[in-house]
Design a protein around this ligand. Structure first.
Ligand code: GLU
Length: 550
């Protein structure tokens, strides 16, 4: 077979030679050890936690080493393309502090290693496919869908590996005349790799090879023997081929991707070999798992788990710093220890490594995120929290914009109980914070809890006495002294333990009386310190709440 002639027949319009293309993608001039990473999302419009998790690894590896992190749009599967998806990807990641140095942007490409959108790179992939054909390492395959289905059915019946390989690769050795006739007859064809692997998978013939994974260590894998498709009938590459060509040309040093790509790693290794290129360092990240109601680990699912979508965190109003902090705890097993030793250090001071990544499934736990968020928000000054909340509300809850009119008032609310020796950790995410502080605003204030049974009958009288003796300028101890007086006057125990010892002697205790006041003021039986809340509410609002309680 004259492969050069075959290559010309299949790719008459590909003029650029691989060498010319290589010259357009010279080695990057970067400091020793600098890593080049990329995120290659498919523009499906759905961006999930796994993308952020991976992007975070990419970003840290590149930026910690003085390297480059770029965005490549992997849109070779046009069935999945969604309008506006690129914008969603860029904006969502930016919100969480992930910034690209290079690649696709809303204003077009940025950087010298583009085009960064795979659908614009057709002739580049074709040039390398042409090279493989020229070298006898790839061939056109005219098998129809029906023929492939038939092959598969036969393989199933005989319990053989499904796929096109060995004896099933029927078009591997077509003659030039047969190929010419097929093309003249307008038969569609794909380009397949002519795998060098041994298709005889029985017994000890399975050849294994070793490949280093930066997260998983040395992997022993069976070599590839499938004649995989590298170019589809449309001339568009498969993921396998696009990955190899792009990551080579764009000089990616580390390919961070999900564990779902592990099974096809042997294909990629063979493709790199066939093209005579050095493969990048692979970093296959663990699947994100969660514990289900029964306590079993399972994969996060798009259908069942809203928290898989990044939109969830934005809608709920998680602070990006909290999400970052949380992701690092699941990404690197030594992060929490580092954080304890360095409570105030900026997060980027932590040295992230692939060696400390879990390879067996990273457990994602919303409760843990919430706990971390409480700590992270505690360190954010009230003025910044105000700005953050306002930004969130503008987008997700415009009906509450009035709460931002009095900045000083809201900042005091947000700071309530945070400056104590043992500070309160009430804030978790915007949606929850708004609910938590809602009673400070008359239009959102409502009575949520029931009066304690012990004091229910006396509520009007307790509130009347409270209002009569209320002095807004009382300090905390003067204020509490008055509550004690009301408590004793009305037949309640000033000390809860007295009531517990002799319940027959009292109607209830001081806690029941003060809860009645708390509910009238805040609508809730639990809240931060009542005296402090009153100081923020102001005298007028405090009196009105007590007077208006029904
Ligand atoms: N386009 C692939 C995906 O969305 C990217 C995998 C990779 O990073 O190589 O899963």
């Amino acid at each position: 077979m004259n492969y050069a002639k075959l290559a010309e027949l299949l790719f008459p319009n590909i003029e650029k030679t691989p060498a010319e293309i290589e010259a357009m993608y010279p080695a990057r001039e970067l400091p020793e050890g600098a890593k080049v990473t990329r995120l290659g999302p498919s523009p499906t419009g759905f961006i999930h936690l796994g993308n952020l998790y991976g992007a975070f690894v990419d970003e840290r590896l590149a930026h910690q080493s003085g390297g480059v992190f770029y965005l490549r749009i992997e849109d070779t599967d046009d069935k999945r393309y969604v309008e506006g998806a690129v914008e969603i990807i860029i904006n969502s990641l930016k919100f969480f502090g992930i910034n690209f140095d290079e690649g696709a942007t809303m204003e077009g490409d940025m950087g010298n290693y583009g085009d960064y959108t795979q659908s614009n790179r057709g002739p580049i992939y074709q040039a390398f496919a042409k090279k493989l054909v020229e070298e006898g390492k790839a061939y056109p395959c005219f098998l129809t869908e029906e023929e492939i289905a038939e092959i598969r059915a036969g393989q199933e019946a005989e319990k053989l590996n499904p796929g096109i390989y060995g004896q099933f690769a029927k078009h591997r050795d077509l003659t030039m005349e047969e190929i010419e006739d097929n093309i003249k007859a307008g038969k569609p064809y794909v380009i397949r790799l002519k795998s060098q692997g041994n298709p005889d998978q029985s017994g000890d013939d399975v050849k294994k090879f070793a490949v280093e994974d930066a997260i998983r260590g040395t992997l022993e894998m069976p070599e590839n023997f499938m004649d995989v498709i590298i170019l589809k009938a449309t001339g568009i590459p498969t993921y396998h081929f696009a990955h190899v060509v792009d990551d080579h040309l764009m000089r990616t040093t580390h390919v961070v991707r999900g564990a779902e790509w592990l099974p096809s790693l042997p294909i990629h290794v063979e493709l790199f070999q066939a093209l005579g290129w050095e493969a990048p360092i692979y970093c296959h990240t663990a699947q994100l798992m969660k514990l289900d109601e029964e306590g079993n680990k399972r994969k996060l699912s798009k259908r069942k788990d809203p928290e898989l979508s990044l939109d969830y965190y934005r809608n709920q109003g998680y602070h990006p710093a909290a999400v970052r902090e949380y992701l690092l705890t699941i990404l690197n097993s030594n992060f929490e220890e580092w954080r304890m030793a360095n409570p105030d250090a900026p997060i980027d001071a932590f040295e992230f490594t692939t060696e400390k990544m879990s390879n067996s499934g990273a457990l994602f736990d919303l409760n843990k995120l919430n706990d971390i968020s409480k700590d992270v928000l505690l360190k954010i000054p009230a003025s910044e929290l105000y700005d953050f909340l306002k930004g969130w509300a503008e987008e997700f809850k415009p009906e509450i914009m009035h709460i931002f009119e009095d900045r000083a008032y809201l900042e005091r609310i947000l700071d309530l109980g945070r400056n104590e020796a043992k500070p309160r950790k009430d804030h978790i995410y915007a949606q929850q914070m708004i609910e938590f502080i809602s009673y400070f605003f008359d239009d959102m204030f409502k009575i949520e809890d029931e009066m304690p049974a012990e004091a229910a009958a006396d509520v009007p009288e307790i509130l009347k006495a409270y209002l009569e003796t209320y002095d807004h300028s009382d300090d905390q101890s003067q204020w509490f002294e008055k509550i004690r007086t009301i408590t004793a006057d009305m037949g309640y125990a000033v000390k809860p333990k007295d009531f517990k010892k002799h319940p027959e002697e009292y109607k209830g205790h001081v806690g029941h009386v003060s809860t009645a006041i708390r509910i009238a003021l805040m609508g809730r039986s639990q809240s931060p310190d009542v005296w402090e809340i009153q100081q923020i509410l102001g005298e007028e609002r405090t009196r009105a709440r007590i007077a208006n309680y029904k």
